[in-house]
Design a protein around this ligand. Sequence first.
Ligand code: BDR
Ligand code: CA
Length: 317
Amino acid sequence: MTTTLPARRKIILDTDPGQDDAIAILVALVSPELEVLGITTVAGNVPLPLTLSNTRKLCELADQPTTPVFEGCARPMVRELVTAEHVHGKTGLDGPDLPEPTMAVQPEHAVDFIIDTLLGAEDGEITLCPVGPLTNVAMAMVKEPTIVPKIREIVLMGGAYWEGGNITPTAEFNIYVDPHAAHVVFTSGVPIVAHSLDVTHRALMTKEWIAAVRNLGTPVGVASAEMLTFYERFDEEKYGTNGGPLHDPNVIAYLLDPSIYDGKDCFVEVETGSEKTMGQTSVDWWGVTKNAPNCRWIREVDTDRFYALLLERLGRY
Ligand code: BDR
Ligand code: CA
């Protein structure tokens, strides 16, 4: 008797590590349900040379140095780059002392990799998972609009509505850094699932959970715990909570088990006209505009199952 294994979901992970990006990368790379076709890097939490080297450090930590890693856009489409060293530290990955990476950077530009991979795929075959500013994804759509129907879905971390912003009073960091790119993506017609601060702020890490990650005792477990210990101090001080949110892994957890989450299909627009509210995501939660929904706006998460899933996956290393 032959058994057919379920197809692995093909994803491109677009990222700006970042300690929370790091956990998303580590969990994605170890999960057999996902086929990571490539990791594309973008300027965001720190400038591009650092997000690129941090991504390679993480692939080597995961003992997956053949993962195709691509260098993407060094700045947002229109605005100056804004970074977040105040959250992630000078390197973007402060905490552990990871060795300088030696694995290859692919010669193709990240935008061209996204385009070529989608053009070579069936319609609806590939899911894009951006967990940083949306520059690479939007640039790919602008450069080659025929990729749009090829994309199965964009599952992203970004935006804020009920919760308010984390970089301005109204904007979340990823959307704020490149609001024009976010506008391109949200008006593209591709189905979007957005993990905004409305959901990530509902799932706070605890010290006990970080201790459990450290107690895995593996290089991945110990390095992850060191990253998370550095990372959570900022949010704890800012929000006065016991533990901070772990934004980006929500995207990967959703792909692995969407039943952990709930939300509503809404029409979402990105503010690009007002300096005061630049990058705000306007979510038509109550359907007052009558515009067709362009996004599933996630708002509910089962926090215990989310952290149990992450721990179980980190434990596979
Ligand atoms: C987002 O901004 C970055 O600092 C994090 O990596 C996450 O992607 C949260 O606003
Ligand atoms: Ca990120």
